[in-house]
Design a binder for this molecule. Structure first.
Ligand code: UD1
Length: 417
């Protein structure tokens, strides 16, 4: 089991490059199943979840090769349309293979992901949408079994805004016969990135980035080249790490417009934020002011930044409230932050954070991906040494995080036991 040892209290100063977004890379990798020609991708982050998606696709017969910094996927010889439980249980995003497999091969057996640490997270909207497009879907032995001839365009209104649900249904609709309209669609930049990649492959998608997406189905897709959009969550995490250490961090290769709400909140906290076309610089000389946030689907405040933002409030002057509206159990970082000296109380879906002047190092346990990042950030600001345990969660979604933090001046090492 690997851990991070962090000696806190150093200002983070310097430049760090944002990687490609995990949440864009995963659906786009799954989109390779939609055509028999090469899909050539750049800016694919080197992450545990990406490697899991490679294993899943390779198990289906997709040939994946690396050419320099590019990843080339070829799904001309698919030998299996099954996503086995062993892989799905380690990565929920495996469900993203359901619709491309059904759309192109008329058959998919994808294990149900089950619950996860941050909540129940059902996939009923994926299934209902696929049924609306004409597939027969049953659940047997823990697997979603989808069978279909050519899918047929349909009018779909999802019950809630779902990111991977929207992405999955997009990947079904692109090969359907006729027009599909997805209402209440997720507007996340990662949905837009997937749609852009699919359009390069010959799909006809309009309205991605709005809540109504229209897809004119085509008979087949072809090969394409695409660069994965930068990771706004990783970029935001580094900005917050800079701010809580009263440092000066410049994140390059990012899209500031994808971080509008976060940047507004960081300014409200007193940070000096300057943006350029593809960079953001955050400087902080004093203690942050407490700022309340409420998570919402994009363009609202992202749930994937909630835990990291909480570390800022933990060290801020004043009291703030953080309300989680997307996932029912996404405050597992709270008891761990308390071990570092944070003062937080939870009532239903709201955490009330009373800022403290200092945190002090301790051993803490990562519970999920973004919670891990919040603990690392808090440890960077804490006095003395901290150990963050179970960092396999962190490795799922942050590319070489400790190397990047070290380059900014952090005292952080990975140790194996
Ligand atoms: C994606 C992101 C994840 C992020 C989340 C919300 C990926 C790979 N993961 O997850 O990092 O935290 O969006 O921004 O992109 N729901 C249902 N039924 C469904 C689908 C969703 O009830 O069929 C519920 C979920 O339980 C949750 C809410 O809808 O309460 C939103 O979930 P969703 O947007 O689907 O999250 P993911 O796509 O799984």
């Amino acid at each position: 089991m690997q851990k991070l040892k962090i000696r806190g209290g150093r200002r983070l100063v310097g430049e760090v490059r944002a990687s490609g977004a995990k949440n864009a890379a995963l659906p786009i990798l799954a989109a390779s199943l939609l055509c028999p020609e090469d899909l050539v991708l750049s800016n694919v982050p080197d992450l545990a979840d990406v490697r899991t998606m490679f294993r899943l696709l390779e198990g289906m017969g997709v040939v994946i090769r690396r050419e320099g910094d590019k990843v080339v996927l070829n799904a001309s010889r698919i030998t299996s349309t099954k996503a086995p439980y062993d892989l799905v249980k380690t990565m929920r995003a495996s469900i993203l293979t359901l619709c491309p497999l059904t759309a192109r091969f008329g058959s998919a057996d994808v294990s149900l992901p089950g619950g996860c640490a941050i909540g129940a997270r059902p996939v009923d909207q994926h299934i209902k949408g696929l049924e609306a497009l004409g597939a027969e879907v049953t659940i047997e032995n823990g697997y979603v079994l989808a069978r279909a001839g050519r899918l047929k365009g349909a009018h779909i209104i999802t019950d809630m805004v779902t990111v991977t649900g929207t992405e999955n249904l997009l990947m079904a609709a692109v090969l359907a016969d006729g027009v599909t309209v997805i209402e209440n669609a997720a507007r996340e930049p990662e949905v837009v990135d997937l749609a852009e990649c699919l359009n390069k492959m010959g799909a006809k998608i309009e309205g991605a980035g709005t809540s109504v997406i229209t897809v004119h189905g085509v008979e087949r897709l072809h090969g394409a080249e695409h660069s994965v959009v930068p990771d706004r969550i990783e970029a935001g995490s580094f900005l917050i790490a800079g701010i809580v250490t009263r440092g000066d961090v410049l994140v390059t290769h990012c899209v500031p417009a994808h971080m509008d709400v976060l940047l507004a909140k960081l300014r409200e906290a007193g940070a000096d934020i300057v943006t350029g076309p593809d960079w953001v610089r955050a400087r902080m000389t004093e203690r942050p002011r407490a700022v309340s946030v409420r998570t919402m689907p994009h363009p609202g405040f992202p749930t994937d930044m909630q835990a990291q933002f909480m570390t800022l409030d933990v060290l801020a002057e004043g009291t703030s409230s953080i309300t989680e509206t997307i996932f029912e159990n996404r405050f597992m970082h709270v008891p761990e932050l308390q071990r570092l000296g944070a003062r937080i109380s939870i009532s239903d879906h709201t955490a009330v954070v009373e800022g403290v002047e200092k945190l002090s190092g301790a051993t803490v346990m990562a519970t999920d991906l973004r919670a891990s990042a919040s603990l690392v950030i808090a440890a960077l600001a804490a006095e003395g040494e901290s150990t963050v345990d179970r960092i396999y969660h962190l490795d799922r979604g942050y590319e070489h995080m400790e190397t990047k933090l070290r380059a900014l001046g952090a005292d952080i090492v990975r140790v194996s036991e």
